[in-house]
Design a binder for this molecule. Structure first.
Ligand code: HEC
Length: 268
């Protein structure tokens, strides 16, 4: 004889079966979903921060490449920088002293093009990036004496040997006085010796290169050179503005370098 369940009990059993199936489905779905959320979010963020640091966009607003320049004359310049992570110079989000203008004179348009193309493919030297970020340009100009000796004077005084690199590194970290006059260079205890060593190496290798002068600042002025005795009317002045962004947490990893060049012909 078949045992017949009372209708009420059967309904109750059916109800619990369906309810537990729905509950199981809910558990599985929420587990899979939460798993996906937990995994997906950090991956996206990591990509944004580490791998996709956008390069800064640098533009020389003034002068323009159609302008002609006069020898031995003050030229006003203006640079604009925009970086996805660091911000925009028009909103004062870019530190002006980290923006550099390099001025260089070349014999003709063809050599200016080679010079600009070579620069486009090169990466900035880490020593120079660290000089931008430290306070060095407050007291040291590239080619003229400011509060401290010019970087060119330093590069001419010391050979690039291990002993002079070590000596200068110590002097930048501990401060120095008496070598160049009575004005003292303050100590830079917060800087790491390895970083200062790279800055010193950059100074000793590059600061005495004739015909290349760096000016810090976004809106400033510089004086053009005196017309070379054997300089021809074909000579070109190349202005290269550059900025190195801060990447993640100001580290030197994943920084991106942006630059922009204009070449100007002489008016006389
Ligand atoms: C507040 C001004 C000031 C700042 C900032 C400054 N310097 Fe100097 N620096 C000087 C002065 C002044 C001297 C000359 C000191 C002397 O006569 O011994 C000097 C000298 C030097 C020398 C030559 C030292 C020697 O023994 O001949 C080097 C190299 C140098 N500075 C690098 C740097 C670097 C790199 C920075 C940035 C991290 C920097 N300076 C920041 C003022 C400054």
């Amino acid at each position: 004889m078949i045992y017949l369940m009372p209708m009420k009990l059967l309904k109750l059993k059916l109800f619990f079966t369906i309810a537990s199936i729905i509950f199981a489905c809910f558990l599985i779905t929420s587990f899979v979903y939460s798993g996906r959320v937990l995994v997906a979010v950090p991956t996206k963020q990591n990509q944004g921060r580490n791998l996709e640091n956008s390069p800064p966009e640098v533009v020389i607003v003034k002068p323009s490449s159609n302008d002609r320049f006069f020898w031995n004359t003050i030229i006003q310049y203006s640079i604009r920088v925009s970086d996805k992570e660091d911000g925009k110079s028009e909103y004062d989000e870019i530190n002006a002293k980290e923006v550099l203008l390099e001025v260089c004179y070349l014999p003709d348009a063809a050599s200016a093009k080679i010079y600009i193309d070579k620069k486009k493919t090169s990466k900035e030297n880490t020593g120079l990036t660290m000089i931008r970020r430290a306070d060095c340009f407050t007291c040291h100009a590239s080619k003229s004496k400011l509060i401290g000796p010019s970087l060119e004077m330093i590069a001419k005084k010391y050979q690039r040997t291990e002993s002079s690199i070590e000596r200068l590194t110590k002097n930048v970290i501990n401060g120095s006085t008496g070598t160049w006059g009575n004005i003292a260079m303050p100590a830079h205890k917060a800087l790491q010796a390895d970083d200062v060593r790279q800055m010193v190496k950059w100074i000793l290798s590059n600061a005495a290169i004739p015909n290349s002068t760096f000016y810090p600042g976004m809106e400033s002025a510089f004086k053009t050179g005196t017309k070379p005795v054997n300089g021809s009317a074909k000579m070109v002045m190349v202005l290269t503005a550059s900025y190195t962004d801060h990447g993640e947490k100001n580290s030197m990893q994943h920084t991106r370098y942006g630059q922009y060049a204009v070449s100007l012909k002489p008016a006389n």
